[in-house]
Write a protein that binds this ligand. Structure first.
Ligand code: GLY
Ligand code: MN
Ligand code: MN
Length: 430
């Protein structure tokens, strides 16, 4: 049976030599009084374990090749209140660890395991509270019987895991594609139901309903549901304005499925019909997005989609009369940033803005099969005297999630329509 988490642990173990890696999951977070935020395990921890209970710690021992979990003990009393816990035996069985122990055994077992290990890897500085615990365990080794040594070398575990996480494996690709499909279904539901006079949060409700009823309980990030000029606020999240006839609605939203993020933006007319000016700007952004997507292929440098999309946007800004001069001129001067002020996209995976270095030794890295990126150009036109009035308050972004394949790419969020005729047909109920 294919066990993706055990396979990832074994890959990491094979790079540790005689070192040890330690990783804690995320702490719980208080929202207010005795209410907690919905719990979300740490992404690195999910990547290596799939185990989503709070408080857990993973130890990988390169010398023995063992994966050892420390987790909450079974507790029938607490389980009456808070629900099922695996407990060490259950977790070992269900998640394929070599050994598993209750949390109260960490104080003894971890210093014993660290004794005479040469190198310790953990996400140094990621969580101060965990840094202090690691220091405590190291002190435990130093205080132990004479003749044992604490590790002399420390490394940041993130450096190893980020490289692994940049290239998605089969199980991750399946989850990302499903998260993409569910996210697309949310956008389709919003397009089908939006009407002038509704509030932005009514469209948000349609998105969330579509996510939850397909098993994705939470969005991957705060949904942006921005009518009219609100679309020019890049991280708009109030989502409480009334949608007016004649406005566009920009929705940037994606679900999280088993930890994996979807991230889609669509922009469409509240009344179902693009005006001539809206369509003119929209076609520029769509052409830029398609040019960006076409540049995502194995062997191409990371910045190729950014450059391809920017040239289309710059030409569009000149054609629309937003800027004067030449494509090279407005790119060189940076004048285009008045209407397009963000990057082309980001890797996507367990984190919506996923980990991984895009440059190595100062050079852009090349795309490899299994990498996933977003492509998300936009134009944001705030009212100003030197801008034709028909374009005032038009904010448009179009965003898809793209998997690099052996011979090109796959846009796995394509089920959310983005051509003008497709959007208008969907909104007419066809
Ligand atoms: N919604 C976050 C992003 O598009 O990057
Ligand atoms: Mn987005
Ligand atoms: Mn994005």
């Amino acid at each position: 049976m294919y066990q993706p988490h055990a396979t990832r642990r074994n890959r990491l173990l094979s790079t540790l030599g005689d070192g040890i890696a330690l990783l804690a999951t995320a702490p719980e977070a208080t929202r207010n009084a005795d209410c907690l935020y919905p719990y979300r395990a740490d992404s690195y921890f999910l990547y290596l374990t799939g185990f989503a209970e709070p408080e857990a710690v993973l130890l990988l021992d390169g010398r023995s090749g063992k994966s050892i979990l420390f987790c909450r003990a079974k507790n029938p009393e607490m389980e009456i209140w808070d629900g099922f816990r695996y407990g060490p035996e259950g977790a070992k069985e269900a998640f394929g660890f070599d050994e598993a122990y209750a949390l109260d055994e960490m104080a003894q077992r971890i210093p014993d395991l660290l004794a005479d290990c040469r190198q310790l890897w953990w996400p140094l500085g990621h969580d101060e509270a965990f840094d202090r615990r690691v220091n405590g365990w190291l002190d435990g080794v130093r205080r132990a019987r004479a003749g044992t040594h604490a590790p002399a070398h420390y490394g940041d575990l993130r450096a190893l895991l980020d490289e692994m996480r940049m290239v998605k494996d089969e199980a991750e690709i399946a989850l990302l594609c499903r998260a993409g499909e569910i996210s697309a279904a949310g956008h389709v539901a919003a397009m089908r139901t939006v009407r002038p006079g509704q509030y932005e949060y009514e469209a948000e409700a349609e998105l969330l309903r579509a996510f939850v009823r397909r098993g994705a309980r939470y969005p991957a990030y705060e949904s942006i549901v921005a009518g009219g000029g609100n679309a020019c606020v890049l991280h708009y999240s109030a989502n409480n304005a009334r949608l007016q006839d004649g406005e566009l609605l920009l929705i940037d939203a994606g679900c999280e499925l088993d930890g994996y993020a979807g991230d889609i933006t669509r922009t469409f007319p509240v009344n179902g019909r693009f005006s001539a000016a809206q369509r003119d700007v929209y076609e520029v952004v769509l052409e830029a997005e398609l040019a960006g997507i076409a540049a995502v292929r194995p062997g191409a440098p990371w910045n190729a989609p950014a450059d391809a999309a920017l040239r289309v946007l710059a030409q569009g800004m000149l054609d629309l009369g937003l800027l004067a001069g030449s494509v090279d001129g407005v790119i060189e001067s940076g004048d285009y940033r008045r209407f397009y002020m963000h990057g082309i996209g980001h890797m996507i995976g367990l984190d919506v803005h996923d980990v991984g270095q895009r440059k190595q030794n100062g050079q852009w890295r090349n795309y490899q099969p299994g990498m996933c990126t977003t492509v998300e150009p936009g134009l944001y036109i705030r009212p100003a005297q030197d801008v034709p009035e028909a374009f005032h308050n038009i904010g448009i972004r179009i965003e898809d999630d793209v998997l690099v394949t052996a011979d090109g790419n796959e846009v796995y969020t394509a089920a959310a329509p983005k051509r003008v005729d497709e959007i208008e047909a969907l909104m007419r109920g066809e």
